[in-house]
Design a protein around this ligand. Structure first.
Ligand code: ATP
Ligand code: MG
Ligand code: FE
Length: 334
């Protein structure tokens, strides 16, 4: 089984060829970050235009690199949502065109399911499992009883973790997206500012990062007003310590209560070294019998290989879609 997968939900145009939902034959990722950087965030109109310019070439490159022709494919998969509607539509229409021209079945994939299934590209999933999905637009704990079955047991009430990173990155004058740079700075500093740990003790699996963001901004503004010095390295380390403590603590609590066999880390923020290390350490100490899966850095951010991995579940369950397929910018699991 060979699936051609297309991802265009945000600012990466990506096309992959994935075999049996597990083997990546190619995973072409054309990032637009440079074009959005000077605006301090993703500009939807610019994103759509880049996708249009890139998509055909990405499809050809993915096939060439995989040494595969259209006649070898079993299906075409595409991200249906969530994401920017104009960006999603480019992928959806490209997928329809390929499916129609080459008589291939079409599979619609949830982008967040893709992030979770990035883990399937490194190891088999063991159910029931819990996935901590941390990305630019989402922060949620997803319980899975079996393949393709998603229950959100907790989520952010305001900002996503990646969004919080990018917002405080802007306060520190870092280029967009600031997440990676803050992670690097954090490793050089210490938690001297002691920002709040929101909802840490509350009896639920929800998160909140807007209070942390406000606290961070107030600290910076107050110091600037008083002309007091700020230590940006320690600011980054303190921010990161707060985010990681809440994420890891609540995730472990949920993993215990739901008695899962495996824990998956997923989404762009899964690239965070502090989070990867803290989760690995805590899991080894507190839940040594629960297997931990963390995707390699190349599969944390948006990419089409993860869409191909998630699509294979639909293929096995005979879940195909017709040419009426439309983008769903607000697509959710429930
Ligand atoms: P979503 O998947 O929710 O639709 P998205 O696709 O825009 O949103 P991703 O591409 O999955 O988000 O992740 C991008 C986010 O990951 C950005 O906010 C970025 O700052 C963050 N990020 C990337 N690397 C790191 C890192 N090392 N530490 C913290 N955050 C990071
Ligand atoms: Mg992106
Ligand atoms: Fe994403």
């Amino acid at each position: 089984n060979l699936i051609l997968a297309i991802e265009s939900s945000c600012d990466e145009t990506s096309v992959a060829v994935v075999e049996d939902g597990t083997i990546v034959h190619s995973n072409i990722v054309a990032s637009q970050i440079k074009s959005h950087m000077r605006f301090g965030g993703v500009v939807p109109e610019i994103a759509s235009r880049h996708h249009v310019e890139q998509i055909t070439q990405c499809i050809e490159e993915a096939l060439t690199e995989a040494v595969v022709g259209y006649e070898d494919l079993s299906a075409v998969a595409v991200t249906q949502g969530p994401g920017l509607v104009g960006a999603l539509l480019i992928g959806v229409n490209a997928a329809k065109a390929v499916a129609y021209a080459h008589h291939l079945p079409l599979i619609a994939v949830n982008h967040m399911a893709g992030h979770i299934y990035a883990n399937r590209l490194i190891k088999p999933l063991i159910f029931p499992l819990l996935a901590l999905v941390v990305s630019g637009g989402h922060t949620e704990l997803v319980y899975m009883k079996e393949d393709g079955d998603y229950t959100i047991i907790g989520e952010t009430r305001d900002d996503a973790a990646g969004e919080a990173y990018d917002k405080i990155g802007r306060v520190l004058g870092l280029p967009y997206p600031g997440g990676k740079k803050i992670d690097e700075m954090a490793h050089l500093g210490e938690d001297t500012y002691h920002f709040p740990r929101a909802m840490l003790k509350e009896d639920n699996y929800d998160f909140s990062f807007s209070g942390l963001k406000s606290s961070f901004i107030n600290t910076v503004h107050n110091a600037n007003q008083k002309g007091e010095p700020l230590n940006n390295i320690n600011l980054a380390a303190s921010f990161q310590a707060s985010v990681i403590e809440v994420l890891v603590s609540k995730t472990l609590r949920a993993a215990k209560e739901y008695d899962v066999k495996q824990l998956l880390l997923a989404g762009g923020v899964a690239a965070n070294k502090g989070l990867r290390d803290a989760l690995t350490k805590s899991m080894a100490e507190e839940l040594p019998n629960v297997e931990l899966a963390i995707p390699p850095l190349s599969l944390c951010g948006d990419n089409a290989a993860m869409i191909g991995a998630a699509a294979y579940v639909h293929y096995q369950q005979d879940q195909f879609t017709d040419y009426a397929l439309n983008a769903k910018p607000g697509l959710t699991f429930n």
